[in-house]
Design a protein around this ligand. Sequence first.
Ligand code: 0S5
Ligand code: NI
Length: 186
Amino acid sequence: MIKMRDIIREGNHTLRAEAKPVKFPLSEADQKLARNMMEYLENSQDPELVKKYGLRAGVGLAAPQVDVSEQMAAVLVPSENEDDEPVFKDVIINPVIISHSVQPGALTEGEGCLSVDRDISGYVIRHDRITLRYYNMAGEQKKIRLKNYPAIVCQHEIDHLHGILFYDHINEANPFAADDDLVLIS
Ligand code: 0S5
Ligand code: NI
């Protein structure tokens, strides 16, 4: 199982590299990686296991964060009500944002990253809505529309596949600069 010690941190060049597209059918190693990344998210959202293994709770994990430079990320956005189905749960492979809103969006509280061990405040300006094309583990092509929080999470993960970190999107001169049309997402 993936633990915090398996997650590489800022300064490791894999985090700044362009990840390679994944080939289908998935190799045994890629299948295992995909399952392990999703398992990390599930475990990290279980308070018992967080305590037991010292995990940091996450809603996404990209392969480059475990030092594998491939275009694959697990996303697990839980619903508000614990008993309901997750808002979005899938391993996204070779994902591409095929269109997006002009309207920007950002999390009110800013973002963090499991590969960044410091707090960096400011609005991480992204697209409020995206249309995403990706392949799931079975090799099926998916095309989905996402808005607000799940859209932000997927953009954060897709950035990892291209060597981009969240703070690259923060306005250096004024971290909380906001255009009138910015959608603030709580
Ligand atoms: C349950 C569990 C409910 C966790 C909410 C959370 C991937 C939660 C985080 C990540 C911003 C958009 C530190 C805190 C960061 C995507 C960073 C934790 C999100 C991805 C993991 C990031 N967190 N937890 N990561 O590339 O909100 O936001 O989940 O670096
Ligand atoms: Ni991250």
